[in-house]
Design a protein around this ligand. Structure first.
Ligand SMILES: NC(=O)c1ccc[n+]([C@@H]2O[C@H](COP(=O)([O-])OP(=O)(O)OC[C@H]3O[C@@H](n4cnc5c(N)ncnc54)[C@H](OP(=O)(O)O)[C@@H]3O)[C@@H](O)[C@H]2O)c1
Length: 380
C-alpha cells in the first residue's frame, strides 16, 4: 500500500519538489495539501494529484478556493493542523515557512505521526519541547534540510559515543568574502549562488542566519553540544556535512545541490528511492574549497550560536525577530546590515529564560514580533 503523505506548504520550493517526487512513485500518495494564500496553485495541485482535502490559512483565499474546488477546503490559521486529523496521513512533510510551521509539527507528533521536517523553525523555536514530544509519542523527525539529512545518514549507523564533532557546511551565500555589508540590494541578496529556495531562507542564507538556525536544529536532532558543532564555508555546496569520529576518521556526504535527494530520503526512509538527479562527477568538479566563516561580519551566525547556547526562549526570540527583520528588508523598510541590529536589540529587550510550554513560546513569539516591529519603526 502506498505511504500516505500530507504536504504542508505544497506551493513552496520544498512542497513543489516533494510533489515532483510523489508524482514519480507508486509507493507514495499525496492525501492533503496546505498553503498560506496561493489557492489557485493549491487547487490545481489537488486536481492533478486527486487530493480531496486542502487547507488554506488565509480565510479570503480559502473562500475563493471553496468556490472552484469540489473537495473539502479547510480555512484559517489552524487549518494545516486540522488537515492532519482530517486525512490520517502516515507522514507529514512540513514545508511551511516560518513560525507558522510549529503548530502543525506539534499536532503531527502529538498524534504519533512521523514528520519529514523542512520547517527548521519548529526546532529553532521549540527544539527542547518538540524533541521531548517526539520521544514521548514515538513519532520520528526525519530531517529534510540537506545538511541534516546528510548528518542523519552519516550518524545512523554510528555509536553516538564515537562521534566527536559534527561539521555543517555553508555555501557562504552571495556575499562570501565581503567584510562590509552596507548598501546591499534586495536583488543582490536574493541571488543565491548554489541553491534555488523560497525568499526568506534565501535572505537567511545571505546573512548566514540560516546556518545559525541549522546549528540549533542539529543540536536538537542529534543531541550534540554546541561546542561540538562547527561550521565550515564550502562555496560549491557539494559536501553537505561531515562527522568526525573518535578513531580519526571523518565521514562526509556528497552530491550536487538538489533538494529532491533529501526530500525523497525523508519520504521513503528507511528505503532509498531512485531519484533522477545528475550523478556527481568529481573529476568534472575539479576542486572543492573550504574556509572559516566570518562571524564578525556575518553577525547573525554569532547571534544564533549565542541564542542556541542560552536555550529556553532565546532561539524563539531570535527566529521571530529574524522573520520580522527579513520581511522589512524585502519590503525596503530596513537595510541588509540592519537585520542583525534588529535581532540583537530584540534579544536584549525581550530577554531570556526557560521555555516551560508551547503556549509560552507562542506568547514569546508574538511579543518578540511586536518588539522587533517597534524597533524597525523607530519606536523605543
Ligand atoms: N527551499 C529549500 O531549498 C529549503 C531547504 C532547506 C530547508 N528549507 C525550509 O523549508 C521551509 C520552507 O521553505 P521554502 O523555501 O519551500 O519556502 P517557500 O518557497 O516560501 O514556501 C513556503 C510555503 O509555506 C506556505 N505557507 C506560508 N504560511 C503558511 C501558513 N500559515 N499555513 C500553511 N502554509 C503556509 C506557503 O504557501 P503560499 O504559497 O500560499 O504562501 C508555501 O507553500 C522553511 O522552513 C525553510 O527554511 C527550505
Amino acid at each position: 500500500m502506498a505511504r500516505r503523505v500530507l504536504i504542508l506548504g505544497s506551493t513552496g520550493s520544498i512542497g513543489t519538489q516533494a510533489l515532483e517526487i510523489i508524482a514519480g512513485r507508486d509507493d507514495l500518495e499525496a492525501v492533503g495539501l496546505a498553503v498560506g494564500r496561493d489557492w489557485q496553485t493549491a487547487v490545481a495541485q489537488a486536481k492533478g494529484f486527486s487530493v480531496g482535502t486542502i487547507a488554506v490559512a488565509d480565510e479570503a483565499s480559502a473562500a475563493e478556493a471553496a468556490s472552484s474546488f469540489d473537495g473539502t477546503v479547510l480555512s484559517g490559521e489552524a487549518s494545516a493542523r486540522e488537515l492532519i486529523g482530517a486525512t490520517s496521513p502516515d507522514i507529514v512533510l512540513n514545508g511551511i515557512v516560518g513560525a507558522a510551521g510549529l503548530g502543525p509539527t506539534i499536532a503531527a507528533l502529538t498524534q504519533g505521526i512521523d514528520v519529514a521536517l523542512a520547517n527548521k523553525e519548529s526546532l529553532v523555536i521549540g527544539g527542547e519541547l518538540v524533541t521531548e514530544l517526539a520521544s514521548a509519542t514515538g513519532a520520528r523527525l526525519l530531517p529534510v534540510d540537506s545538511e541534516h539529512s546528510a548528518l542523519f545518514q552519516l550518524i545512523e549507523n554510528e555509536d553516538s559515543h564515537a562521534i566527536d564533532r559534527i561539521v555543517l557546511t555553508a555555501s557562504g551565500g552571495p556575499f562570501r568574502g565581503r567584510t562590509d555589508l552596507e548598501g546591499i540590494t534586495v536583488e543582490e541578496a536574493l541571488d543565491h549562488p548554489t541553491w534555488a529556495m523560497g525568499g526568506r531562507i534565501t535572505i537567511d542564507s545571505a546573512t548566514l542566519m540560516n546556518k545559525g538556525f541549522e546549528m540549533i536544529e542539529a543540536h536538537h536532532l542529534f543531541g550534540t553540544g554546541y561546542d561540538r558543532i562547527d561550521v565550515v564555508v564550502h562555496p560549491q555546496s557539494i559536501v553537505h556535512s561531515l562527522i568526525d569520529l573518535c578513531d580519526g576518521a571523518t565521514l562526509a556526504h556528497l552530491g550536487y545541490p538538489d533538494m529532491r535527494v533529501p526530500i525523497a530520503y525523508a519520504l521513503t526512509w528507511p528505503e532509498r528511492a531512485e531519484v533522477p538527479v545528475e550523478r556527481l562527477d568529481l573529476a568534472k568538479v575539479g576542486s572543492l574549497d573550504f574556509e572559516e566563516p566570518d562571524p564578525d561580519t556575518f553577525r547573525c551566525l554569532a547571534l544564533a550560536r549565542e541564542a542556541g547556547q542560552s536555550g529556553g526562549i532565546a532561539p524563539c526570540v531570535l527566529n521571530a525577530a529574524d522573520e520580522v527583520a527579513v520581511a522589512a528588508f524585502l519590503d525596503g523598510r530596513i537595510s541588509f546590515s540592519d537585520i542583525p541590529r534588529v535581532i540583537e536589540s530584540t534579544l536584549d529587550d525581550v530577554g531570556s529564560g526557560p521555555a516551560r510550554g508551547f503556549d509560552e513560546l507562542f506568547a514569546v513569539d508574538e511579543a518578540s514580533r511586536e518588539r522587533a516591529s517597534e524597533i524597525i519603526s523607530g519606536r523605543s
